[in-house]
Design a protein around this ligand. Structure first.
Ligand SMILES: Cc1nc2ccc(C(=O)NCC(C)C)cc2n2c(-c3cc(OC(C)(C)C)ccc3Cl)nnc12
Ligand SMILES: [Mg+2]
Ligand SMILES: [Zn+2]
Length: 344
């Protein structure tokens, strides 16, 4: 059996060598969700290679390959929070580093870049398709472990990531010096914890000030805020792709949210409106989410990196489609068609 697994895993890293169908893999408009599922591990390896991390940090290819497969296996098949989401978030980190020359123009160091890419890959490991408030409300095991510190799910994602690094033959950081090693784990922790909504709102204000005051490359606090901002941009990167992608993402997200709402109702607690399939209006909720969270964030990014302006334009276009869809939804939902099918 092990033999069969090994050959399968080796095979999953040769797939994309001869895959010449993928064009524009390093462009902002490229949708990582269009990569064939079985080629994704291979493309992760490719991204590490192209960013120079394999050589710079003396990462053994077999170790990296095993690490990637363990991370992939660590994700559950939730409608949205699954391996494909992790792959797409990591791909956007690659796009930022390549298209904004983050390491060349020393906005971040190569070690921070390595931690950034690994953090994106691992940031939602073992997600159960339910959010932090569900953990505390229902007193899950994860809540009993982490609710006193907050960011319950994110602490679990971090703990799972550490477990994989401590698994035989999976420690991609094994060639780092001891100070580099402790720095990269620190970065992993900060990056993954910054993907919690609550910490995002706390940092968003400081990011705003940092940008209007003028970003200082060698200010450690600015560096930390910048990396947190990058993490949230990657987590929301589906919003920067064309309408088909953002519509599909919304379907998956609300599939997950409404399942949580159903679960909460069956447990006798009332779900939030956005989790309640009887009450939620997806276009309204999406216009709010884009207006209050996505746009301000990517406007900050574009203020710092003008090359990111096209991303803001795409987000605005998608927001206008949701606005147009709003009254379409009202019209149709009069006669019961609640589904997303009616959207172009
Ligand atoms: C398309 C899209 N719609 C969403 C609509 C609502 C919400 C939600 O949680 N609203 C609660 C209030 C308090 C804001 C999240 C949504 N969302 C996310 C997302 C982002 C996350 O965290 C960061 C990255 C830090 C923002 C964490 C989890 C998720 Cl699912 N990703 N895509 C989406
Ligand atoms: Mg998350
Ligand atoms: Zn995520």
């Amino acid at each position: 059996h092990m033999k069969q697994v090994e050959t399968e895993s080796v095979q999953s890293f040769l797939n994309c060598r001869d895959d010449h169908s993928i064009k524009d893999f390093d462009k902002f408009h490229f949708s990582p969700r269009s990569v064939p599922y079985k080629h994704m591990p291979c493309y992760v390896l490719k991204m590490f290679g192209e960013l120079g991390f394999i050589n710079t940090w003396r990462i053994k290819t077999t170790t990296l390959a095993r690490f990637i497969l363990f991370v992939k296996k660590g994700y559950r098949d939730a409608p949205y929070h699954n391996w494909v989401h992790a792959f797409s978030v990591a791909h956007f980190a690659y796009l930022l580093m390549v298209n904004l020359n983050l390491i060349k123009n020393d906005y971040i160091t190569s070690l921070q870049g390595l931690a950034f890419l690994v953090s994106c890959l691992c940031h939602d490991i073992d997600h159960r398709g339910t959010n932090n408030s569900f953990q505390t409300k229902c007193g899950t095991v994860l809540a009993s472990l982490y609710s006193s510190e907050g960011s319950v799910m994110e602490r679990h994602h971090l703990a799972q990531s550490m477990c994989i690094l401590n698994t035989d033959g999976c420690n991609i950081f094994e060639s780092l010096s001891s100070e580099e090693y402790s720095e990269v784990l620190d970065l992993l922790r900060n990056n993954i914890l910054s993907t919690d909504l609550t910490s995002h709102f706390r940092m968003a204000e400081q990011q705003r000030e940092m940008i209007s005051a003028g970003f200082k490359k060698n200010d450690p606090t600015h560096r930390k805020l910048l990396l947190a901002m990058f993490m949230t941009c990657c987590d929301l990167s589906d919003q920067t792709k064309d309408w088909r992608v953002t519509k599909k993402t919304a379907e998956q997200i609300y599939d997950e949210f409404f399942s949580q709402g159903d679960l909460e109702k069956s447990m006798g607690t009332a779900p939030a409106e956005m989790m309640d399939r009887e009450r939620a209006s997806i276009p309204d909720l999406q216009v709010q989410f884009i207006t209050n969270l996505v746009l301000p964030l990517f406007k900050n990014l574009a203020d710092l990196f003008p090359a990111a302006q096209p991303l803001v334009d795409t987000i605005i276009n998608n927001k206008n489609v949701w606005k147009h869809a709003r009254h379409l939804f009202q019209e149709y939902s009069q006669n019961g068609t609640k589904s997303m099918e009616i959207l172009l």
